[in-house]
Design a protein around this ligand. Structure first.
Ligand code: ADE
Length: 230
C-alpha cells in the first residue's frame, strides 16, 4: 500500500512512522509513506496556503489552489483508490472501515487545518472524509497518522502470527479478553488459575466468556447488536 500525505506539518509524522511495527512494514516494503508539504505547491511568494473566509467569520480557510495542484500532481503519477480528507465531521473510523481500506493500493490523505478547506476541494477531489472521533484536534495530522497506522498493521505480512490482527478487539465484533504475564503473583494479586491450567479448551472458553462480558459492560450497543444477529 502506498500512502501519500499532504500536510503543512510534515515533521509531525517523524515520530509515528519511525518506530516498531509501522517502521518494519516500511522497511519490508509492505507499506510506503510519502509526505508532501503543501507549501511546495503554492505560487504565493510568502508560501501562504490559507486565507480569510468570504463573508467573514472566525478562522482561516485552506486555499483551493495549492491543494488542487498537490492532488493533480499526485494523480498525474498514478491512479488513486481514495482521496481522503481528515475532518471532525467525516465518517467515523472503525475496524470494518480499516479492514476494507487496508486492501487498497494507493491512497492520498489530505490533512485539514484552520477552519477547514475551501469547500470546492471537498466537492471535486475528495472521495472519502474520515473523522477519528467526536472531538476537534488542532489539525488533521494526528488523525492521518491514526488512519495510516490502523491500515498498515492490517496489510498481510505486517503482523506476525503471535500478534495477528485476527485476535484484535473489534475484529470479531467483541473487545479483547484481559491478558496477563509473569509473575503469577504480585502484591498478592493472582493471575486467574485457569490460564495456568494448560487446558486449551477451557482457556479458549474462558477467554470467549471474558470477551462477551467486557463487550456487554463496555460496548453494550455492540453487544446487543451481536446478540440480535443470533
Ligand atoms: N481534524 C480535527 N479534528 C479531527 C478529527 N476528530 N478527526 C479527523 N480529523 C480532524
Amino acid at each position: 500500500m502506498r500512502i501519500d500525505i499532504i500536510t503543512v506539518f510534515p515533521e509531525m509524522f517523524e515520530g509515528p512512522f519511525s518506530h516498531s511495527i509501522v517502521k518494519r512494514a516500511i522497511a519490508k516494503q509492505l507499506a510506503e509513506i510519502h509526505l508532501h508539504n503543501l507549501r511546495d505547491f503554492t505560487s504565493d511568494k510568502h508560501k501562504k496556503v490559507d486565507d480569510y473566509a468570504f463573508s467573514g467569520g472566525a478562522g482561516m480557510v485552506m486555499m483551493i489552489e495549492p491543494i488542487a495542484k498537490a492532488i493533480d500532481f499526485l494523480k498525474s503519477q498514478r491512479d488513486y483508490d481514495e482521496i481522503i480528507y481528515t475532518s471532525p465531521d467525516g465518517e467515523l473510523l472503525d475496524q470494518p472501515m480499516a479492514n476494507s481500506m487496508s486492501m487498497l493500493e494507493n491512497i492520498i490523505i489530505l490533512c485539514g487545518h484552520y477552519k477547514g478547506i475551501d469547500e470546492r476541494i471537498r466537492e471535486h477531489y475528495i472521495t472519502k472524509e474520515i473523522s477519528i472521533g467526536n472531538y476537534v484536534l488542532t489539525g488533521g495530522e494526528l488523525a492521518a497518522a491514526v488512519i495510516a497506522d490502523s491500515l498498515i498493521r492490517l496489510i498481510p505480512g505486517v503482523l506476525g502470527n503471535e500478534t495477528s490482527a485476527l485476535s484484535d478487539s473489534y475484529q470479531n465484533g467483541l473487545v479483547s479478553p484481559p491478558v496477563y504475564t509473569r509473575p503469577r503473583e504480585f502484591n498478592g494479586w493472582m493471575v486467574p488459575g485457569i490460564l495456568l491450567s494448560g487446558n486449551d479448551r477451557l482457556i479458549a472458553e474462558w477467554k470467549h466468556q471474558q470477551s462477551l462480558k467486557r463487550t456487554q459492560e463496555r460496548r453494550p450497543e455492540r453487544y446487543n447488536d451481536l446478540v440480535d444477529e443470533d
